[in-house]
Design a protein around this ligand. Sequence first.
Ligand SMILES: Cc1cc2nc3c(=O)[nH]c(=O)nc-3n(C[C@H](O)[C@H](O)[C@H](O)COP(=O)(O)OP(=O)(O)OC[C@H]3O[C@@H](n4cnc5c(N)ncnc54)[C@H](O)[C@@H]3O)c2cc1C
Length: 315
Amino acid sequence: MTKVAVLIETTDNEVKAANFGVLTAAHGDGHEIYAFLTGADAEGCKAVLGKYGVGAIISIEGDGADLQAKPDLKAKAIIAAMKEYETSVLLALSSSEGRDILARVAASLKVPLATDCLSVDISSSTVRKPYFSGKTIATLKMNGAYFLSAIRPNAVEPAEAPAEAAVISFTAVVGDYDGLVVKEIKQSSSGKVDLSEANVIVSGGRPIGSEENFKILEECADAMGGAVGASRVSVDEGYAPHSIQVGQTGKIVNPRLYIACGISGSVQHFAGMKTSKVIVAINSDKDAPIFNKCDYGIVGDIFEVVPALTAELAK
Ligand SMILES: Cc1cc2nc3c(=O)[nH]c(=O)nc-3n(C[C@H](O)[C@H](O)[C@H](O)COP(=O)(O)OP(=O)(O)OC[C@H]3O[C@@H](n4cnc5c(N)ncnc54)[C@H](O)[C@@H]3O)c2cc1C
């Protein structure tokens, strides 16, 4: 049994649901999970983390330093906690926060790091991750004193493994360092659900035609608690912000349901969403390439099909 640390991400003191798959990966065939928490109320997270096998919640603080504003110090505090609790594995979400912190930890410890992993096997120190826009999946053996990996949101199906989580406070001696200070984090105006972690995504392509028309996709996504995505053409034409572009030069997403509305199905778009569990395409051209790659295809005009779908969902 290995001691595995998992970096937990929270929003407003709530554990993000995307962490549950990472905890399931950490649990593997019965490993001991240490949830590393910074900047959140550990007692409030106890019940939900216990559900996914967490035995100990390490509530980490810096000695007077603001760890949320200083990622170098946060990484330092995490390394101190790894050494204190002898966790040889550190897993996180492959989100902007997870990748940022793990990269700093890996550089400090001089160990390899694999991000955007689809799965990890702690017992054999291996990870599986996609390459060449998802055309191939490699299994990598991680050699190093520590095993660090960031897992793609929604890649691992969460499975409950109830445990009694104990809260332990840990104060790391991190000193001070002003090399990089986060002054402000602006919430994206495009949607309530984070695109990379969304379970449902409704994406729009070229025929959407304007920023205003994206509203029909937002209404449909809202009806399922999902997020809105866009093709590069929609972004280049100014209909949507780059922050919601899906694809090779945009975000990589992995929802349970991806609805592509008026998207032709280019390899560059697929590079960002091909691991979606179910892909539905709505396209007016019955010969559109996307119909060869989706699970369900609807031949029709998005301006008729999407509102009809939203109306059905509302029922
Ligand atoms: C280096 C590189 C990186 C790239 N990165 C990305 C990326 O990250 N993401 C990305 O998306 N693209 C990317 N692209 C661009 C990509 O090659 C395609 O050009 C782009 O994905 C096409 O966008 P689209 O499907 O919205 O538009 P189109 O290819 O023009 O397709 C529009 C589709 O809408 C259908 N349609 C038209 N009217 C209607 C209607 N009323 N109702 C229903 N269907 C309708 C058409 O039949 C067509 O299939 C990249 C390209 C390069 C070269």
